[in-house]
Design a protein around this ligand. Structure first.
Ligand code: COA
Length: 670
């Protein structure tokens, strides 16, 4: 019998998970027996279901009336005189499937499954919503292990889009197929966990993240806020790690990880969680956990400052990536499904393998080494799969191949620059490192040509300007200024200015990634980009005055527009260099990051921009940059003009459609 033909289900356990599962089943038209040990619990569960259905109805997400859906659910008292009741036996005898959601105790589950095995019809499938116990051992209590399967919902089942369908050792493919169909009928995305490993996919990866969070605080000297800020702002997770623990219950995680540990999931000891657990400070429900809340049960999102996002993302994700590699190598699931699981089960903006490819496997291995040697995490040994990939050069996106394949990296070396296409983004790298990337006429010509070429390439959506060696650029090549006439210099200046205008009014976003010196013409180039990200040790300035002249490639104009005339004059007239943090403070750079993260930050920002609608990006640049040069009403007219023009693009249709369909838009630039 396939999942499409199921008519009746018994859900055993009417708690947080059980009542939600019963609600989902009733919503797709199944007759539902909802069982728990007494009528009090059942009545409370029915009330919660009615409330939730009401909410769904308000949002127009219920096709029938609340009463119609409710009428399909029949409460069943499951226990009488300490034994499973006849009512439960009768419900099971009429059911095509049982979904169990009782407390995580193996003996209790085994007893229930033995009972269900005795009373349910031969074709019935017995599913467990366990998150930490082995399906195989639960199945062993029945005479039909091939029809016992894990169906791991996430809290709250009605809203969370994912179900992990877990195969026990003896579970048949037909059984897996049937519950996959059932979960899909319930509107869920499914990942199939092909081996009965403790924690399945999501909890194993989450377990590693929480373990890491703990290690970073207990052994790395980082604060809880720093961990959570990095999770939220650097990695883009919906919640901080400790915030999530508070939100879902520290007790829940403590017990799940303990159960996983007992079954061989080796993790570093974590006093932090244990202490909170023992103190009964379970998080939101207790009013106090890692953060404090106004009253028990009332969640107010803890505020953590963006500036606290200081932890290397590779360090945060090294253990989760390593775990995912283990899952993949052991054929527990496919890379696509593992990525889907963390995106849908944990709300990560990218899959764990996508993150790994973006960060680079060499950095992940480096972070594992640090966890091992500095923090004493003995099991932070790179998985053989990661070692093998590194030895083959499959380092991730930058290599064109990691866990996934990427459009081949194309590199072209000109005399003074390197053009590197890592589609959908491209790098232009100033390449005169011995001269600190001093800008000569050849470089200006090549930069201009490179921009033209990348403009033509529809697959390139954003450009990063970067420098080889220890500097971004120490300015115009001073040696070219010997024995020149004013007219030579005038031509040079105009050529350079043309280049900066080309950048400013380029049809794609340009990011300048600045390390070391950005001086004189180097800073003028950077100022013509749309965004500037600087490394912590970067030094910026317009030192021309010290040579007897002034900036000649837009510096006097753009610097004043960026930081105001007083600060601009100070920089130009003293010739002093300022450090990156000061540049950030006055608005000359958008962001400052540690040097070792500069390339990644630039790449992530470029990739983020590459996902936006190209024509709207172009319109935004035009409206802002042109607007700065004209009066307000002309600027507003320009804005209205390009704003309205965008409504002739396919991307607007796609954007609105994707919003309504709650999916990620795919913009094409048409
Ligand atoms: N034009 C031509 N060559 C330059 C240069 C420039 N703007 N900036 C640096 N270089 C060269 C240096 O001459 C040196 O070459 P060499 O090894 O052949 O002697 C090389 O780059 C390394 O620079 P160096 O001065 O040894 O490095 P440093 O770390 O000691 O000092 C700076 C770095 C940036 C402070 C210093 O090079 C400097 O002041 N440069 C000029 C900056 C300037 O005025 N720019 C505005 C020009 S419009």
């Amino acid at each position: 019998m396939g999942g499409r033909e199921f008519k009746t289900v018994t859900v055993v356990g009417a708690g947080t998970m059980g009542h939600g599962i019963a609600e989902l089943a009733a919503m797709i038209g199944l007759r539902v027996y909802l069982a728990d040990i007494n009528m009090d619990i059942l009545n409370k569960a029915l009330e919660r279901i009615r409330w939730s259905l009401g909410k769904l109805a308000e949002k127009g997400r219920l096709r029938e009336s609340v009463d119609t859906v409710m009428s399909r659910i029949q409460p069943v008292v499951s226990v009488k005189d300490g034994e499973f009741s006849e009512d439960l036996a009768r419900a099971l005898s009429e059911s095509d499937v049982m979904i169990e959601a009782v407390p995580e105790k193996l003996d209790l589950k085994q007893k229930l499954f033995a009972f269900a095995d005795k009373h349910a019809p031969g074709h019935a499938i017995l599913a467990t919503n366990t998150s930490s116990l082995p399906i195989t051992e639960i199945a062993a209590a029945t005479s039909r292990p091939e029809r016992v399967v894990g169906m791991h919902f996430f809290n709250p089942p009605v809203l969370m889009p994912l179900v992990e369908v877990v195969k026990g050792e003896k579970t048949s493919d037909e059984t897996v197929q049937a519950v996959v169909e059932l979960a899909r009928r319930m509107g869920k995305e499914v990942v199939v966990v092909r081996k009965d490993v403790p924690g399945f996919i999501v909890n194993r990866i989450l377990g590693r993240l929480m373990e890491t969070a703990c290690i970073l605080v207990e052994r790395g000297g980082y604060s809880i806020e720093e961990v959570d800020a990095t999770a939220r702002y650097t990695l883009g997770f919906p919640m901080g790690v400790f915030e999530l623990a508070d939100y879902s219950g520290i007790d829940v995680f403590y017990l799940v990880f303990k159960a996983m540990g007992e079954r061989g999931f080796k993790a570093a000891e974590c006093r932090l969680f244990e202490e909170k657990y023992k103190a009964g400070e379970y998080g939101v429900k207790a009013g106090k956990g890692f953060y404090t809340y106004p009253e028990p049960g009332k969640f107010v999102k803890p505020s953590v400052a963006k500036e606290k996002a200081v932890i290397d993302p590779a360090l945060m994700l090294a253990l989760p990536v390593n775990e995912a590699a283990w899952l993949l190598r052991n054929e527990v699931s496919t890379k696509e499904e593992i990525d889907k699981a963390v995106k849908l089960g944990l709300g990560w903006p990218k899959g764990v393998f996508e993150f790994a490819d973006e960060l680079g496997l060499d950095r992940i291995a480096g972070a594992l080494e640090k966890l091992k040697s500095e923090y004493g995490v003995a099991h932070a040994e790179p998985d053989p799969l990661i070692r093998e990939m590194i030895s083959k050069g499959a380092l991730g996106r930058k290599a064109g191949k990691g866990f996934y394949e990427y459009a081949a990296v194309e590199e072209k070396r000109l005399e003074t620059i390197i053009i590197r296409k890592e589609k959908p983004i491209a790098w232009i790298i100033l390449n005169r490192p011995q001269k600190l990337n001093a800008i000569n006429p050849k470089m200006i010509e090549e930069l201009s040509r490179a921009l033209d070429e990348l403009e033509e390439d529809r697959d390139v959506r954003a450009v990063i300007l970067y420098g080889e060696g220890r500097a971004f650029s120490a300015g115009a090549d001073v040696t070219a200024f010997q024995a020149v006439t004013p007219i030579d210099v005038f031509r040079f200046s105009r050529k350079f200015q043309e280049l900066t205008l080309k950048m400013q009014f380029y049809t794609k976003p340009i990011i300048a990634a600045i390390k070391g010196y950005a001086l004189g013409g180097g800073l003028e180039l950077a100022m013509s980009a749309d965004f500037r990200i600087a490394s912590e040790e970067a030094m910026l300035g317009q030192p021309e005055i010290n040579l007897g002249f002034i900036p000649g490639a837009g510096g006097t104009q753009r610097l004043a527009r960026l930081v105001g005339p007083a600060r601009a004059k100070e920089l130009i007239m003293t010739g002093d260099m300022i450090p990156a943090r000061e540049a950030e403070r006055i608005g000359l750079v958008n962001r400052v990051v540690p040097l070792e993260r500069l390339e990644d930050e630039a790449r992530s920002m470029a990739l983020k921009l590459a996902e936006k609608p190209p024509l709207a990006l172009m319109a935004a640049k035009l409206a802002v940059d042109h607007g700065l040069e004209v009066n307000l009403w002309s600027g507003l007219a320009l804005e209205a003009g390009v704003f309205s023009l965008l409504f002739s693009t396919e991307d607007v249709l796609e954007g609105v459609m994707a919003f309504l369909e709650k999916r990620k838009p795919r913009f094409k630039g048409r």
